[in-house]
Ligand binder design. Structure first.
Ligand SMILES: [Zn+2]
Length: 312
């Protein structure tokens, strides 16, 4: 009797395990956008990271070169990276020889392990911040998903580019300029400008229809960088999150950021608290963006601290 019970329980547990595994959320499918014959973007969801989307939110890009291919940004986990790699394998059979990370945030870098054999490129500071903050990003991933990710590894760049530089190079036969601003969304952003394609791969320096995150930002330098984007001869911008952008949309983001900065500066000079400033601000252009409620309070607080320190 006891043995039969044990066998039945065993079967039941096995059944439960199968059901719970089958019930695990699938990573949402990316929106595939062909920018031109050699540039393909996989656009991620615009919502905040959840157990349902498994933290998949990044835009990742494939550049198909002469004999090899390049991937820009890899997702929050090795599983997201592998999902992106499967999509890329349908678009090209050329090997992915290079992975470029636009900045250190986990949603852009923790999928690097899914591209074994690639050379990894980023700004110098991105490399440094990945080494410092990588483990924190892995714990963010694991707490969102309430499980371990033993194969998600922090893989920093082999080759790096210094702060405040523009480096012209040809990679896989594609002419590009690596633009590392003084600072912007982080202190280690790197954008990729493709002059022959008139395309800018902006990382989170530019985001479209979503609230940008000020978490690690330097607002003053970010606004300056956004002004400089207007001087580039480009037609299309692939932002870090959200749909493709025009230069006009980038100008609108610049204006939004600039007026927020000016409003807070005026408030700081009047001796107001961040809450008092928030009450007086017109956030009409911001409230239309995804994740406004989740991000904007923290953003205003971050901006206030930066501006207060600058005006001390
Ligand atoms: Zn970011």
């Amino acid at each position: 009797m006891t043995r039969i019970f044990a066998v039945v329980m065993g079967l039941f547990l096995g059944f439960l395990l199968t059901v719970s595994h089958a019930g695990a959320a699938e990573i949402p499918a990316p929106v595939m956008v062909k920018v031109n014959d050699r540039i393909h973007a996989l656009l991620g969801p615009m919502e905040m990271p959840t157990k349902q989307n498994q933290g998949y939110m990044v835009n990742s890009i494939l550049l198909i070169g002469d004999t090899s291919a390049i991937v820009i940004d890899t997702g929050l986990s090795d599983e997201i990276g592998a999902m992106l790699a499967r999509h890329y394998a349908k678009l090209t059979d050329k090997p992915i020889k290079y992975v470029i990370n636009t900045h250190h945030h986990g949603d852009h870098t923790l999928g690097n392990a899914a591209f074994p054999g690639a050379k990894f490129l980023s700004s110098e500071i991105c490399r440094q911040l990945m080494l410092e903050d990588g483990p924190t990003w892995v714990s963010i991933l694991e707490s969102i998903n309430e499980r371990k990710f033993p194969n998600t590894k922090v893989i920093p760049a082999d080759t790096t580019y210094p702060k405040d530089s523009r480096t012209e190079l040809t990679l896989a036969g594609i002419k590009m300029v690596f633009w590392v601003p003084e600072a912007a969304h982080t202190i280690g952003d790197m954008m990729i400008w493709l002059p022959d394609d008139e395309v800018l791969l902006a990382g989170d320096v530019l985001v479209n229809q979503v609230t940008p995150s000020f978490r690690d930002a330097k607002l003053k330098e970010w606004i300056q960088t956004l002004a400089e984007v207007q001087n580039l001869p480009i037609n299309t911008i692939v932002p870090g999150h959200g749909p493709l952008m025009s230069k006009q949309q980038a100008a609108a983001m610049h204006q939004r950021m600039l007026s927020l900065y000016n409003d807070i500066t005026a408030g700081v000079k009047q001796g107001l608290t961040d809450n008092e400033i928030r009450q007086k601000m017109d956030l009409g252009e911001w409230i239309k963006l995804h994740n406004f409620n989740e991000q904007m309070g923290n953003n205003i607080n971050r901006a206030y601290l930066e501006i207060e320190a600058d005006n001390f």
